[in-house]
Ligand binder design. Structure first.
Ligand SMILES: Cc1cc2nc3c(=O)[nH]c(=O)nc-3n(C[C@H](O)[C@H](O)[C@H](O)COP(=O)(O)O)c2cc1C
Ligand code: SF4
Length: 440
C-alpha cells in the first residue's frame, strides 16, 4: 500500500468514467456546495491553505498562482488544463483522463468559479486517443446535464455563474506542454515558448490573465475544497501536501500508475508495491520524475522518501511523476543517446544554445556509439550542457543539460570504456533481456 488516496479512491470498472457512476460517487456535489455557499476568494483561500504544489514538473504552489488573478478587473480570465503529458516516461494524467474525466471537469468548474473564468480549455496531446474520446464524451455529458452553460452568463447550479469548455488537441510537440507554448498553440500560432515576464497570470491566452495547471493539480481541487485546505494538508508531508500519481515503467515487474502519498519510502515502493526489478536483476538507477530529472543510483535512493524535499536533497526531483526503473546491465551511453535524440528532435529552434547544442550533443553521442568517440567528447558534452543553463527561453534547454550532466557524472566509466573499446561495456544488450530469454 502506498498511503492514502485522493484520486484513485474508487474501483475502475467498464463504466466508472461515466457521469452516472461519477454522480453515484457524490460527483458534482462539491461544485453545488461551492456555488451555494462559497465566494470565489474563499475557494482560492482553501487551495492556498492546502499547500498543494503543481504536478506538472515545476512544483509551483497552485494557490500562489491563483492568488495573482485579480477578480472584478473586468477582463476575461482563462483557465487551461495542461494535458499535453509529453515528458517521456510520464503517463499519469492519462489515467485521470481515461478513468476520472468528470473529476477533472468538476474540479475545473470549481477553479473557474474561483478565478472568475468563463472559458476554460483542456490542451490535450495529439497522440492521446482513448483519453481524448473519454474526455470529449464526458464534456458532452456535462453539457447535457447543465454543468457547463453555453451562453456566457447562463445560470449554472442555480447561481449566476456559467462556464464553457473547449478541448484543444495538440499536434504532438513536446514543447507545446510548456505553458506559454501551449497558449501560443491554442491561439493558432506555432507553439513557441514565450519570454517572461510578463507572467501568464498577468498576460496569457489572448493577452489576458490565464491560469495553467497540470491535469493532476486541477483534479485535486475537488478534494481540497470538499474537505478543506487544512485537512488536505494533513495528507503527505509538511512541505509536500497530498499525493502524487506516479507512472512507473522500464525494468520493473509491475509497471503502471500508482497513487503515492508523499513521504512514502521510495525503495519500498519499487521493491514491494511495484514488484521489484524485472527478471530479478539488481537495480542500477532510476529516473525519478521524467527524463528531465537527474538519475539516482540504487544506493542514492536507499533512504529517500517520495517527496520534493527528500528527492531534491538526493540531487533530483519529483518532476512530472514519471519514474523509469533501470536494471544493472543497462548501457548508460545508449540511454543518453536516446535522450539526446529526443531533445534534438523536440527543440523548437528559437534559442541558439538549445537549437545548436542539442544537435551538437546528438552528433557527439552518435559518434561515440558508432565507435568513433574521442576522450575529450565527455568534457565537450558537459560543456555544451552547462552552456544551456539559464540561457534559453523555456526550461527544455536546462532540462536536457541537467539530465546529461547527471548521467555523465555518475557513469563516466561507461563513457570511458565505450570510447576506448569502441563498444559498450554491456555488449549493447541488457542483461535483463538476456535473462528473460533464458527463462522463456
Ligand atoms: C519543455 C516543457 C514541457 C512541459 N510539458 C508539460 C506537460 O506535458 N504537462 C504539464 O502539466 N506541464 C508541462 N510543463 C510545465 C508547464 O510549463 C507548467 O509549469 C505546468 O503546466 C504548470 O502546471 P502546474 O503548476 O499545475 O504544475 C512543461 C515544461 C517544459 C519546459
Ligand atoms: S529552450 Fe529549446 S525548446 Fe525552449 S524555447 Fe529555446 S529552443 Fe525552444
Amino acid at each position: 500500500m502506498t498511503g492514502r488516496k485522493v484520486i484513485m479512491n474508487f474501483p475502475v470498472t467498464a463504466t466508472s468514467h461515466r457521469l452516472a457512476d461519477y454522480r453515484a460517487r457524490d460527483g458534482y456535489q462539491t461544485l453545488a456546495k461551492v456555488l451555494r455557499e462559497m465566494r470565489p476568494e474563499q475557494v482560492t483561500k482553501e487551495v492556498v491553505a492546502s499547500g498543494i504544489l503543481g504536478h506538472g514538473g515545476a512544483a509551483f504552489p497552485a494557490g500562489r498562482k491563483w492568488g495573482v488573478i485579480k477578480l472584478n478587473d473586468e477582463q476575461p480570465h482563462y483557465l487551461c488544463a495542461n494535458a499535453d503529458e509529453g515528458e517521456p516516461g510520464t503517463f499519469k494524467d492519462r489515467w485521470i483522463l481515461e478513468n476520472a474525466p468528470h473529476l477533472l471537469l468538476e474540479s475545473m468548474l470549481i477553479a473557474a468559479y474561483a478565478l472568475q473564468v468563463r472559458h476554460a480549455f483542456v490542451y490535450i496531446r495529439g497522440e492521446f486517443d482513448l483519453p481524448y474520446r473519454r474526455l470529449a464524451a464526458a464534456v458532452e455529458e456535462a453539457y447535457e446535464a447543465g454543468y457547463f452553460g453555453k451562453p456566457v452568463g447562463q445560470p449554472i447550479g442555480g447561481s449566476d455563474f456559467a462556464c464553457d469548455i473547449v478541448i484543444y488537441r495538440g499536434a504532438g510537440s513536446y514543447v507545446c506542454g510548456e505553458a506559454s507554448a501551449l497558449i501560443t498553440s491554442i491561439e493558432g500560432k506555432k507553439g513557441y515558448p514565450r519570454n517572461r515576464p510578463p507572467r501568464l497570470t498577468v498576460r496569457g491566452l489572448y493577452q489576458r490573465p490565464t491560469v495553467i495547471n497540470n491535469v493532476e493539480t486541477l483534479a485535486n481541487v475537488k478534494a481540497i475544497v470538499a474537505q478543506g485546505g487544512e485537512a488536505f494538508r494533513q495528507i503527505g508531508t509538511a512541505k509536500s501536501p497530498g499525493t502524487q500519481l506516479v507512472s512507473i515503467s522500464g525494468h520493473v515487474n509491475k509497471p503502471g500508475v500508482y497513487e503515492v502519498e508523499y513521504g512514502y519510502p521510495l525503495a519500498q515502493f519499487i521493491a514491494e508495491d511495484c514488484g521489484g526489478v524485472l527478471g530479478g536483476a539488481r537495480l542500477k538507477c532510476i529516473v525519478p520524475g521524467g527524463i528531465s530529472t537527474k538519475v539516482l543510483t540504487a544506493s542514492e535512493i536507499a533512504t529517500v522518501t517520495y517527496d520534493h524535499a527528500s528527492l531534491t536533497a538526493a540531487g533530483s526531483g519529483v518532476g512530472s511523476g514519471g519514474m523509469v526503473v533501470i536494471a544493472e546491465g543497462t548501457c548508460m551511453v545508449r540511454l543518453l543517446q536516446i535522450l539526446l535524440r529526443f531533445y534534438h528532435h523536440e527543440s523548437c529552434g528559437q534559442c541558439t544554445p538549445c537549437r545548436e547544442g542539442m544537435g551538437w550533443m546528438h552528433r557527439i553521442i552518435d559518434r561515440i556509439v558508432a565507435g568513433q568517440g574521442h576522450p575529450e567528447d565527455i568534457e565537450q558534452l558537459a560543456r555544451i550542457s552547462r552552456a544551456n543553463d539559464g540561457t534559453t527561453i523555456c526550461g527544455m534547454g536546462d532540462a536536457a543539460g541537467y539530465a546529461t550532466l547527471g548521467i555523465l557524472a555518475k557513469y563516466s566509466d561507461e563513457f570511458d570504456y565505450f570510447i576506448e573499446h569502441k563498444r559498450s561495456k554491456f555488449g549493447g544488450r541488457l542483461e535483463v533481456a538476456a535473462q528473460e530469454a533464458a527463462h522463456a
